[in-house]
Design a protein around this ligand. Structure first.
Ligand code: SF4
Length: 458
């Protein structure tokens, strides 16, 4: 049954929400609902959400800015009826979003109607609403909307975290995140990109990509393609990195595991598309400790990989975290870790003394390390890391590098290089920063360095 839902709301809303002042025209959505009562309830939910966001429902195709067709895919005849309804909407309006049960057969829909704007499956309310936003942005009314278009953020205006997935498919023995947050659940690539674009429009100069396992992005949704700016975009680490790199801001990758496909992303760093920075939580280097930790990403071969990455992108900075005193860690294992650090030249490293976490599998492992041994290893680790960091930073002296300004005061500016993430890495202290504002990217000649920070002048 084809059902066209008629309007129950005015097509124009007062712009200030108080019934006076100038009137902006509300964007109008046409809606065609096919199939069973469950599909009808889905349609009602989508319409309710759109109405709450200020959209009007158009009574006919001609008056609609975009048409949503909620399809049925139960029987072949229902599928055909859905395809016909899409065709009718395409012919009458031309801007069509498809959702509902037939949405799982995206290839079939696109074969019959290549021009549809987006295809989503049943119960994907958020994705449909998002597709409508992409096609016809909602009106933003500062008097009524409590939230700005880019959302509310706790970070300064010039940088923002961009979460691309939730949960994790790994089962590291010291970690309980999968039991708290579940398995990997990736966001569609076009949703991530739309959020990133909004942030950039709102003044963000640096996007910090985060998740539990960034390089596994899209695995759970089989690297599904979604439409971004009229082109298909895969939910894949490389594809997303490339698309983010087109936004013209700094893009920094956090929580990456060294899966083989990470190699391809290094090329984007060498080309300057995304920052030459990888945050890889290695946690250890000794093979038997890594095995006991159940760490992902074949870390036994990472030294060669790191060397190969640096051959492609000599400026690559690697930040990492490590755990000392993990159950079963011997003095030899610990020395292996220190030797590995020296060879890998890890630019920035945090170190934690192993602690039991209620519910973690590692609690039951034999060979718990005494607290005083953990303490002593932690100090040795930090001293070794400081030495490496000091040597690496000394090589920056004399270079002129871009610096993103985080703070300005009477003494000058404090910012960060491309090799430093906010809060966790070092700073660049800049003299002669007259007229410089927070969020500016300035060229700074580096004149001095210590084990954490750099100093320079504009
Ligand atoms: S440590 Fe990271 S990769 Fe390992 S299970 Fe926890 S969240 Fe996943």
């Amino acid at each position: 049954m084809t059902k066209q839902i008629s309007p129950s709301a005015p097509a124009a809303l007062p712009a200030n929400g108080h019934g006076s002042g100038s009137v902006k025209t509300a964007p109008k959505v046409g809606f065609v609902s096919l199939g069973c009562p469950k599909a009808l309830v889905d349609s009602e939910r989508i319409i309710s959400k759109l109405r709450a966001q200020g959209y009007a429902i158009a009574p006919d195709y001609a008056g609609a800015d975009v048409v949503v067709v909620n399809t049925c895919g139960f029987l072949n005849s229902a599928k055909q009826e859905s395809l016909d309804a899409i065709g009718e909407a395409m012919a009458a309006n031309g801007r069509v979003i498809v959702t509902g049960c037939l949405g799982v057969e995206e290839g079939r829909i696109r074969e019959a109607h290549p021009g549809v704007l987006a295809v989503t499956g049943p119960h994907q309310y958020e994705q449909v609403v998002k597709a409508v936003h992409d096609a016809v942005p909602p009106l933003h009314d500062p008097f009524v909307d409590l939230v700005p278009p880019e959302g509310l953020r706790l970070t300064p205006r010039h940088y923002a975290y961009l979460k691309i997935s939730e949960g994790c498919n790994n089962r590291c023995s010291f970690c309980i995140i999968p039991s708290l947050r579940g398995d990997l659940a990736s966001r569609p690539a076009n949703q991530v990109m739309a959020e990133a674009e909004k942030l950039v429009k709102a003044g963000v100069k640096e996007l910090l990509v985060i998740s539990q396992d960034t390089s596994a992005y899209g695995l759970d949704i089989k690297y599904a393609e979604s439409q971004w700016k009229g082109l298909p975009l895969k939910a894949k680490f490389l594809d997303l990195s490339r698309a983010l790199g087109e936004l013209g801001v700094w893009v920094r990758m956090h929580y990456v595991y060294p899966y083989p496909h990470v190699d391809d992303v290094i090329e984007l760093m060498a080309e300057g598309k995304i920052l030459p920075y990888l945050d890889i939580p290695f946690q250890h280097a000794a093979p038997n400790v890594l095995r006991a930790m159940k760490r992902p990403g074949a870390q036994g071969t990472t030294l060669e990989r790191i060397k190969a990455w640096r051959a492609v992108c000599p400026d690559l900075a690697i930040r990492s975290t490590f755990i000392v005193g993990f159950p079963g860690e011997s003095e030899d294992d610990f020395k292996h870790l220190l030797d590995w650090m020296g060879e890998a030249r890890i630019n920035r490293a945090g170190c934690f003394k192993y602690e039991t976490v209620p519910g973690a599998a590692a609690n039951e492992l034999p060979g718990q390390v005494p607290e005083e041994v953990k303490e002593e290893r932690w100090h040795r680790f930090m001293a070794a890391q400081q030495g490496i960091s000091e040597e690496v930073l000394a090589t920056r002296v004399g270079r002129t590098i871009p610096v993103l300004v985080d703070e300005v005061d009477e003494d000058g500016a404090v910012g960060r290089s491309q090799w430093d993430a906010p809060e966790i890495d070092g700073s660049v202290f800049v003299d002669g920063a007259d007229g410089v504002k927070v969020g500016d990217i300035i060229q700074v000649k580096i004149t001095a360095a210590d084990e954490y920070d750099l100093w320079g002048e504009v």
